[in-house]
Design a protein. Structure first.
Length: 314
């Protein structure tokens, strides 16, 4: 006897109800039924992520800090904003690897109780100005730098401040505008007072410089200073053949000595590696001596310090 069509088992999985177009790339509270219009069963489907308690997101990658912030944003209450390490990552401030890849999100409550949830590091702020990146509320750059004082070494705090004062070098020349000024950082440090990290801020503030291209360049400069070498000039202009002007990472112009930092990314990027070699040839043609530095010279500056001292003696 044939099975009635209503109860026949076809062996096929039930067809998944398509998501409404406005939910793609969105993050929302489960309780926002009027917004998402999804059933409880549909909420449990594998094409929806649950990055935080009571939240569903679609197409947002939490290994990217912007995706992480967007995923958490529906949980933000009045007076709450992203801060500390998360704000630093949103501002693209250079951080040590373990912080630049952190999976937790830092959220501050201004004048309220620190938020508590899985994957969230909560803070309380008495007062705070607000900035925004793509409508995501966060602490402004200068205040973010002060908050990093409790998380970074003194040297990395200098590197972070150098970035804020320098902007980014553009591939075709020039730089983006800096995120803040030295006066901004000084004023923020005064407001920060004696909170955790204040000692590092006091040490770092007078050592900040502009025109710096990378965190490693900052660390190299500080390593040379720690070994009592004169402070090198950052991005000193050197006229070379063909009417070009090059800017070595660090330089001692009075002895025509250039120091070029080369990270692993220089070696792995063929175009960058070739550009580096060409820069060295042009500098040497202009009668400059070039010393190439690597991460090893930051960890143990003994060899490079000896070479620089010898060059400075002539």
């Amino acid at each position: 006897m044939p099975v009635p069509p209503a109860v026949r088992d076809t062996g096929r999985m039930p067809r998944r109800i398509p998501l409404p177009p406005h939910l793609k790339g969105a993050s929302f509270r489960v309780s926002e039924q009027e917004f998402h219009g999804l059933s409880r069963a549909r909420m449990r489907s594998s094409d929806l992520d649950a990055p935080f308690h009571g939240i569903r997101s679609i197409g947002l990658h939490v290994d990217d800090v912007l995706g992480l912030a967007r995923s958490y944003a529906p949980r933000l209450r009045a007076g709450q904003l992203f801060s500390h390490v998360t704000a630093a990552r949103l501002w693209d401030i250079p951080l040590p690897l373990e912080l630049s890849e952190a999976s937790e999100v830092h959220v501050s409550s201004v004048g309220g109780t620190a938020p508590r949830a899985r994957g969230v590091i909560g803070h309380e702020l008495r007062l705070a100005e607000r900035a925004a990146i793509e409508e995501i509320p966060l602490v402004p750059p200068a205040e973010t730098w002060c908050q990093l004082g409790a998380y970074l070494s003194r040297e990395d705090l200098v590197a972070a401040g150098d970035f804020l004062l320098s902007g980014k070098r553009l591939r075709r020349g020039g730089r983006t505008l800096p995120l803040c000024t030295r006066d901004d950082l000084t004023a923020a440090a005064v407001r920060f007072g004696r909170q955790p990290g204040a000692a590092g801020i006091r040490w770092a503030l007078p050592k900040l410089r502009s025109g710096v291209d990378s965190r490693r360049e900052s660390l190299l400069r500080l390593a040379l200073l720690a070994h009592r070498l004169p402070e090198p000039v950052i991005a000193h202009p050197v006229a070379v053949e063909g009417g070009l002007v090059l800017h070595p990472d660090l330089a001692y112009p009075w002895v025509r000595l250039a120091i070029e930092y080369e990270g692993d990314e220089h070696r792995e990027d063929k175009r960058r590696w070739r550009d580096d070699l060409r820069r060295i040839v042009l500098l040497e043609e202009a009668r400059w001596r070039v010393i190439r530095a690597t991460d090893d010279d930051i960890q143990d500056p003994t060899v490079i310090v000896r070479a620089i001292r010898k060059a400075l003696r002539g």
